[in-house]
Design a protein around this ligand. Structure first.
Ligand code: SF4
Length: 191
């Protein structure tokens, strides 16, 4: 399988929605729940975009009036859904569909972040450097490239996707080598 083949396996569909931060906080912020999940992740305290933080992450929500949610549905083709893949192939597909779309969006949203004087919330850990400096207990090398995820500061991404975009979350069936109909990517700008 190569990159050209993977490109034909999906379509990204983007939808945006803006809420006041107050409404978002009331409906979808629960730091206790997200921290519990973060503590079970290998990146916990190993990446500067991830908890544990030396500040209260909940304060970020109060700094801004609005949140623009950017939801990307990675819709796989019937051919992709009906094919059985091995672990390596699934890893390659995820890297070049879900993560590729995230990495394409980051510079676009960084521009918007600047225009709005806001703060970009990405998805997952910060992957800007090959190895995060935090692993060696060093300072972040590129602070302007380090973006917290929605979850890292308490946002319930799955509930947001279901509640605001009316989308049901779907997962990869690793055991049987099957892709779901779609995967979901949620990013945001606080401003
Ligand atoms: S920019 Fe580099 S050092 Fe900073 S959080 Fe991202 S990966 Fe870590």
């Amino acid at each position: 399988m190569n990159l050209e083949e993977v490109k034909k396996l999906y379509t990204p569909i983007q939808t945006t929605k803006t809420l006041t931060t107050e409404e978002y906080k009331e409906k979808y912020v629960n730091l206790e729940v997200t921290l519990k999940a973060c503590r079970e992740c290998p990146n916990y305290s190993q990446n500067w975009a991830c908890p544990e933080f030396n500040y209260n992450p909940l304060e970020k929500w109060d700094k801004y009036a609005n949140i623009e949610l950017i939801y990307t549905k990675i819709k796989y083709t019937p051919k992709a859904i009906n094919t059985t893949y091995n672990m390596e192939e699934i890893g390659f597909i995820i890297e070049n569909t879900l993560f590729l779309e995230r990495n394409k969006l980051i510079p676009q949203l960084e521009e918007k972040e600047k225009q709005l004087n806001g703060e970009l919330l990405s998805a997952g850990y910060c992957g800007y450097c090959e190895k995060c400096a935090r692993i060696e207990k060093e300072k972040c090398k590129y602070p302007d490239k380090c973006h917290n995820s929605i979850e890292s500061i308490g946002g319930l991404a799955i509930d947001t996707i279901e509640g605001e975009f009316n989308e049901e979350m779907k997962w990869i069936d690793m055991e049987n080598g099957k892709l779901p109909e779609n995967l979901s990517l949620l990013m945001a700008i606080l401003y």
